[in-house]
Ligand binder design. Structure first.
Ligand SMILES: O=C(O)CCC(=O)C(=O)O
Ligand SMILES: [Fe+2]
Length: 382
């Protein structure tokens, strides 16, 4: 391992005499691949115990629980769909959402513009590189490129969507249709998120349900939802170029998502893996469906009843992969804590209160995501 990395590293030094090796790698993995690459540079090589242990074709493929959004919306089918939703969030922390109502066109234009953004000349893409975590548009590489000891094999574009009117002018103006496409996509996914959130609350027993007679519509009321209104939304476009030595590195190391729910769109290239019953298993992409993850905030809010899912991304040697994650969280200044209605003698409070500032401090203080759901671990009381 050491020697293959060293050969590759020497090549870059020869090619790029004017910048240090680390500065070169900070430009991201797509730029690196555009320069021609046959070996993975040392900076990306994970310690043996953290590498994906076999090629992707050898992994177990997992069919996730499927939740039919149309069934959640129908009065006669809702209660059964809510049971399936609760089971998926308890046992997997992740599910596949079908019949979600977002058109194929909205989805395909989003994937398409994402691909075209990463195909722009590096000098154009790099205008959006920023170390400022609060910037409404941030292009970058790895997980946390300022701290990561080992880099991971992905570049990203993070676009804050909250509030849209303030953020959009800072987003990339090229490709020309990027802003319009992402605005449309973010509105669609936010609407879907709010509907799902209502279903999640109801599945936790936190909603009063009254069926209005004579209509097919279910009228649900809760004050709980008020706390979630005006939450934050972050769109993360991930690009994982084909990798010459995929067994040595990862696209994203094991982590759980920070917020309430993540709606993930992936193209037809496999790569997402989740930890299920102690084993890494590959999630099969289902065309035009969303993968929905439970995030750390929902685990805390549900007092541990719903589990955030530990996941990672493996890369492969022949195909580049794009995914778009829409991360939905509580408003930034909200303190997240277990819902009092889910705490009693049998279920004592399991997590410390947390807020966005705690999370930022935590991210800034650590280098490499070795093991996981450790932010959540740091908030656990028992
Ligand atoms: O690319 C994927 O499938 C997952 C991306 C992911 O986990 C993230 O952006 O947090
Ligand atoms: Fe994630």
């Amino acid at each position: 391992m050491g020697s293959s990395g060293a050969v590759a590293d020497t090549n870059y030094r020869e090619n790029k005499a004017t910048e240090t090796h680390d500065q070169y790698l900070q430009k991201g993995v797509r730029h690196l691949c555009e320069g021609g690459l046959t070996r993975v540079p040392t900076k990306y090589i994970l310690p043996k115990e953290e590498r994906p242990n076999s090629a992707i074709g050898g992994e177990t493929i997992l069919k996730l629980p499927v939740i039919d959004f149309a069934q959640l919306q129908g009065s006669s089918s809702r209660s059964q769909a809510l049971n399936s939703l609760a089971k998926a969030c308890e046992e997997f922390g992740i599910f596949q959402l079908i019949n979600h109502g977002i058109t194929d066109e909205v989805i395909s234009t989003m994937t398409d513009v994402s691909k075209r953004f990463f195909e722009l000349p590096f000098d154009e893409r790099s205008t959006y590189m920023s170390k400022d975590m609060a910037s409404p548009a941030r292009y970058g590489t790895s997980f946390n490129q300022n701290n990561d000891e080992v880099f991971c094999w992905r570049d990203f574009l993070k676009l804050s969507c909250h509030p849209l009117s303030d953020s959009v002018p800072s987003w990339p103006s090229s490709p020309v249709d990027l802003r319009e496409t992402v605005v449309n996509y973010s509105k669609n996914t936010n609407f879907l998120y709010l509907e799902l959130l209502e279903a999640v609350m109801e599945s936790l027993g936190l909603m009063e349900t009254t069926e209005s007679s004579g209509t097919d519509k279910i009228d649900t009321r809760t004050s709980t939802l008020d706390e979630f209104e005006d939450g934050s939304q972050l769109i993360v476009v991930n690009c994982y170029p084909a990798c010459p030595e995929p067994d040595l590195t990862l696209g994203i190391p094991p982590h759980s998502d920070y917020g309430i729910l993540t709606l993930l769109l992936q193209d037809q290239v496999q790569g997402l893996q989740i930890q299920h019953q102690g084993k890494w298993v590959t999630v099969e992409p289902l065309p035009n469906s969303f993968i929905v993850n439970v995030g750390d905030h929902l685990e805390i809010f549900s007092n541990g009843r719903y589990k955030s899912v530990l996941h990672r991304v493996v890369v492969n040697s022949s195909k580049s992969r794009i995914s778009v994650a829409s991360l939905h969280s509580m408003p930034f200044d909200t303190v997240v804590r277990p819902s009092p209605k889910l705490v009693d003698e049998a279920n004592p409070i399991r997590y410390r209160d947390t807020d966005f500032a705690n999370f930022l401090e935590y991210i800034a203080s650590r280098d490499h995501q070795t093991n996981s759901k450790s932010f959540l671990q740091s908030r656990k009381l028992t």
